[in-house]
Design a protein around this ligand. Structure first.
Ligand code: ASP
Length: 333
């Protein structure tokens, strides 16, 4: 006899939970209203419960504290549910998905983040489809990892980037194929070998001592040096193409002294697709020689949150560097 699945909806904020009030202004999430607005939710043969942040936030206000709170919330409800759907603003959804993937080790249940470009009460809203399908996917249990579902595509969370502020198709994962696509049927593409069995481990620390340095032709050396001289420990360096940077002597010296001072520098590409390959060009072999770590094909969102996560653990520098180059949760190829 198949048991009824149970799903917990967590509303953090964002357009998806907004309703037009009588005065035409947008009002935040109310689960009763949600089910009134989407009666299809009552047709699910699923136990659906919902909780909402006391003060829902625009996703621009997400930060490591909120990610730790969310990870804990899931940890506390983990045994009681088969899956989780997080309703989240789209702007920083890729960061939250990446952060949660690192914070929740040995995850065996799906966590699907979704949102929408238009509020739920609006006629042409994309919220309905996104929400209904996200719940359906969570209930199947087919993808026991942190995912983003948006506009007919299920993407690995830590491979996801927001690519469009206007189109309904707002997300993509350029370096990893979709886990599933929703058409007439939901087709699961990836044959992922999930390691199921270990108990969930919820990590409790993240460091904010990280910085993102996006290179551009003509970048001021003063700015680069002052950033490296700050008390940040980990730097994500967004370089050109396959991981290339200026060979200017002073620039490379700044990198060298930062590394000698114990800073960790992770090289990722500014390109949406493709990977860093240090040593392919002369303009990246210097970085390799100086001890810059290749972030391979990680997204900026994954690189930053992975750095925050690893710096928050009690690791030796050697261990930290090893973990940065290896895939922990499928975030790099
Ligand atoms: N600014 C909103 C947010 O990210 C946009 C959205 O809800 O998609 O919270």
């Amino acid at each position: 006899m198949s048991q009824k699945k149970s799903i917990l909806l967590i509303y953090t904020g964002g357009t998806i939970g907004m309703f037009k009030g009588d005065d035409n202004s947008l009002k935040p999430f109310d689960f009763e209203k949600l089910t009134a607005e989407i009666p299809e939710l009552n047709k699910f043969d699923i136990d659906l419960n919902a909780i909402a942040f006391k003060k829902p936030i625009d996703s621009s206000n997400m930060n490591p504290k909120t990610w730790l709170y969310l990870a804990n919330l899931i940890g506390n409800h983990y045994q009681s549910y088969d899956g989780f759907v997080i309703l989240h603003g789209s702007d920083t959804m890729a960061y939250t998905a990446s952060a949660l993937s690192f914070l929740l080790e040995d995850l065996c249940k799906p966590i699907i983040l979704t949102g929408s470009q238009l509020p739920i009460g609006i006629r042409r809203t994309d919220a309905k489809e996104n929400l209904i399908t996200a719940i359906e996917i969570a209930a199947t249990g087919n993808t026991p990892e942190v995912c983003v579902y948006f506009e007919y595509k299920l993407l690995r969370g830590n491979r996801t980037v927001k690519i469009n502020a206007e189109h309904f198709e707002a997300f993509d994962s350029p370096n990893f194929p979709p886990l599933a696509e929703a058409g007439v049927q939901i087709k699961y593409h990836q044959k992922v070998n999930y390691k199921i069995g270990n108990p969930l481990k919820v990590h409790e620390n993240m460091s904010s001592s990280v910085a993102l340095l996006k290179l551009f032709p003509g970048i001021s050396l003063e700015i680069v040096k002052s950033l490296f001289n700050s008390n940040c420990k980990g730097f994500v360096l967004e370089t050109f193409g396959s991981g290339n940077a200026s060979t200017n002597y002073e620039f490379l010296s700044a990198i060298e002294s930062a590394i000698n001072n114990g800073k960790i520098i992770l090289n990722i590409s500014q390109c949406l697709a493709g990977a860093v390959s240090q040593g392919l060009y002369e303009t990246s072999s210097q970085l390799e020689k100086l001890g810059v770590i290749s972030g391979k094909d990680m997204t900026t969102e994954a690189a930053l949150t992975k750095m925050m996560f690893l710096l928050g653990q009690d690791l030796t520098v050697k261990e930290l560097k090893r973990k940065l180059t290896n895939s922990l949760r499928g975030e790099l190829t």
